[in-house]
Structure formats: structure tokens, C-alpha cells
Design a protein around this ligand. Structure first.
Ligand SMILES: Cc1ncc(COP(=O)(O)O)c(C=O)c1O
Length: 371
């Protein structure tokens, strides 16, 4: 048996007639850039979150960059964010002119350790970017309290957290803005790059929409960039959005099965959930001291696993200039050699799931069993 890490084709087959019709419609209308499908998706996503504005753009990385430009980031401004994320979160801080200030993560949830954020605030700090990593919300009460106290903006990086909730409230609705990625493998994914930001701030939404489209069509009120959601991606997202809640439940069901079947196996540490948090399991990440050997064992059995991510951000060459040492971020550093993401997607069958969990049990039982 082969178990892929995600299976986008399996999902396509469940909605093929709707997707094919939507693509055909965009082509028949030639509504490739902007147009009714993009407008419809922006409205539908804003409504789903209960936010006033959704500004679509080319991808989740641009969404972060555009939001920071919109919030007026200036050279030398410091932005505090997690040591454990995909590099989009931090490369955009630098590109928008700011300085990256890393904070260690919480050992249980992999998200930014809110207890440490305040110690990173300096007179130059302007904002915080909490990342709801793997689909689990950060401790938003604590983060928003620090932001209020120090008059900082907050951009929630929701790239992995569509429909996750903190204290019953959807992530993406706490900060001054929130950014989403609709990269194909995300919980809500297009068939190419796509992204957006959401906000309740009219002025910010207007500035970001103008900036993302060359500083205005017809009248260029400023120099902008070209970052657009295209009509085909929007039409695909419009088809997929009504399925998102059910797909999220299916992910939770897979996670619950992993929890149940892998409990107490070897030295495995299964994903922990912080209080009042609702996980949407973009990724299901286990920990073990024998990570590399387990990864190889599963690979040999035809089971794909991924490292999200091979290193904590401060330890990549891109951030060598900051001169950080492992003891600066002991939790994130310890995770980088132990984490392993197992296959998780709504269409993962019970048979496949059983194959994965038996292979893991076989590894720890030491008998090489893969089925
Ligand atoms: C945490 C996080 N932030 C931002 C992004 C950027 O999204 P995109 O790939 O759409 O640019 C990603 C995507 O992988 C992500 O995982």
C-alpha cells in the first residue's frame, strides 16, 4: 500500500462535476483576472469569518507583506513572531522594511509562547504576528492583551488555520488583520497559488486593495505591486468553500483516530491542545527521539511523512546574521529534531490510517512490521 502525505486528486474526484463546470464557466466568460468569481469569493470568505473586508491577493506570503505595508511598517521597526513557522512569516517582515524578533514556542502546542512575548517588546516594537501553527490557535487573549498594553498591531497568520477557533471565536477575527493562504494543500486550497487578508478596518482594506493592484486602476495614487487572485482560482475556491466545514470535521476524525491508536506507543508524544482551542489539523505532528529512523521506516513502507519544518527559523542560514544560539529558543530548537508530520487529509481512508498506525507500532515493537 502507498499512503501519500496529501491526496489532492482524491478530493477533486469528490467534487469533479462542480469543479469542471466552474473552470469551464471562467473560460467561457474569459473572467481570468478579477471579475465576478473573485468578488464572490471575497464576499463569501469575509462572511464566513464575520469580517467586513476580504482583500484577495496572489498568495499567503503577499498577504502578509501587503498587510504590513498597509499598517505602515517603517525601516527599523521590530515585529515579534514565533521561532517556529514557515519562512513566509518572517521574510515578509524584512521585505516590508522591518526587523524580525523571534520568540520561543510553547512546548505543548508548538505555537508562540505568549508568556515570553512581552519580554521581547522594545521601544521599536510595532507589531506581533502570531501563527496558528498546524491549525491550532495561539493564546490570543494573552497576545491581544500585550498588544493593547504596548499599542502594537497584530496580524494573525492563519495560513494553516482555516475555521479554527479560540474560546469559540474564529481565528482571523482577533487581530488588526489576518492573512490566509489557499495554497493547494491547505485546508481550503486552490489549484495554484492564492491568498487573502481580512480586516474590519475600512482604511486598511482600501489601502491594501489599492496597493495590491498597482496602486489603483486608472488613477495610480501610489506605486503598488501586482498581487491578484485570478478568476480560475476564485471559481475553484467558491466551489470548495461550502465543503470546508465537513472537510474540517473529517480531518478532526482522522486526528482522533491517530490519537486513539497511537496513545502510549513507544516514546511518541502526540499533538497537545491548549485550553479553549479548537484544532483544525492542517498537520498532525508527532514527536519522538527516534524521528529519523521512524521516518525512514515509514518511507520504506510506502508512507509519506514530512518535516514541518526541518529547522526552527532562527537556525537557517537566512537568519545567521542574527547570531542566535540553540539556548535562545530551547523549545523550538528541541522540536526540530523530533517532529514528524503524518499523512492527514479528509479523504484518508480508515484502511490507510490503520496501515500507518500499524507501521508505527511495528517500528516501536522493533519487529519491522509494516502491516
Ligand atoms: C504559516 C504560513 N504562513 C504563510 C504561508 C504562505 O502562504 P503561501 O504559500 O500561499 O504564500 C504559509 C504557506 O505555506 C504558511 O504555512
Amino acid at each position: 500500500m502507498k499512503v501519500p502525505f496529501v491526496d489532492l486528486h482524491a478530493q477533486y474526484l469528490t467534487i469533479k462535476p462542480e469543479i469542471d463546470a466552474a473552470i469551464a464557466r471562467v473560460i467561457a466568460e474569459s473572467s481570468y483576472i478579477r471579475g465576478p468569481h473573485v468578488d464572490a469569493f471575497e464576499q463569501a470568505w469575509a462572511k464566513t469569518l464575520g469580517m467586513k473586508h476580504c482583500v484577495s491577493c496572489a498568495n499567503g506570503t503577499d498577504a502578509l507583506y501587503i498587510a504590513m505595508r498597509g499598517l505602515g511598517l517603517k525601516p527599523g521597526d521590530e515585529v515579534i513572531t514565533t521561532a517556529h513557522s514557515w519562512i513566509s512569516t518572517t521574510e515578509t517582515i524584512t521585505q516590508a522594511g522591518g526587523r524580525v524578533v523571534f520568540c520561543d514556542t510553547d512546548d505543548e502546542t508548538f505555537t508562540i509562547d505568549a508568556r515570553q512575548v512581552e519580554s521581547k517588546v522594545t521601544p521599536r516594537t510595532v507589531g506581533i504576528i502570531p501563527v496558528h501553527l498546524y491549525g491550532q490557535p495561539c493564546d490570543m487573549d494573552a497576545i491581544m492583551a500585550i498588544a493593547r498594553k504596548h499599542k502594537l498591531w497584530v496580524i494573525e497568520d492563519c495560513a494553516q488555520a482555516h475555521l479554527s477557533r479560540y474560546k469559540g471565536r474564529l481565528t482571523g477575527t482577533f487581530g488588526h488583520a489576518a492573512t490566509f493562504s489557499f495554497y493547494p494543500g491547505k485546508n481550503l486550497g486552490a489549484y495554484g497559488d492564492a491568498g487573502c487578508l481580512v480586516t474590519n478596518d475600512d482604511q486598511l482594506a482600501d489601502w491594501c486593495a489599492t496597493y495590491a493592484r498597482h496602486g489603483g486602476k486608472g488613477e495610480h495614487v501610489m506605486e503598488g505591486i501586482n498581487s491578484r487572485l485570478d478568476g480560475l482560482q476564485a471559481a475553484i475556491l467558491n466551489v470548495k468553500l461550502p465543503h470546508l466545514a465537513a472537510w474540517t470535521e473529517a480531518r478532526r476524525a482522522v486526528a482522533a483516530q491517530y490519537d486513539q491508536r497511537l496513545k502510549g506507543v513507544g516514546d511518541l508524544r502526540l499533538p497537545g491542545i491548549g485550553p479553549d482551542r479548537d484544532h483544525v489539523y492542517h498537520l498532525y505532528v508527532i514527536r519522538t527521539e527516534r524521528r529519523d529512523a521512524l521516518k525512514k521506516h515509514l518511507g520504506d513502507a510506502g508512507i509519506a511523512t514530512v518535516l514541518n519544518y526541518p529547522k526552527a527559523l532562527p537556525f537557517y542560514p537566512a537568519y545567521a546574521y542574527l547570531g542566535h544560539k540553540p539556548q535562545d529558543f530551547p523549545v523550538a530548537y528541541a522540536h526540530q529534531s523530533r517532529i514528524l508530520s503524518l499523512p492527514i487529509y479528509p479523504e484518508l481512508s480508515d484502511e490507510m490510517l490503520g496501515y500507518v498506525t500499524e507501521a508505527i507500532k511495528g517500528f516501536f515493537a522493533g519487529d519491522g512490521r509494516t502491516s
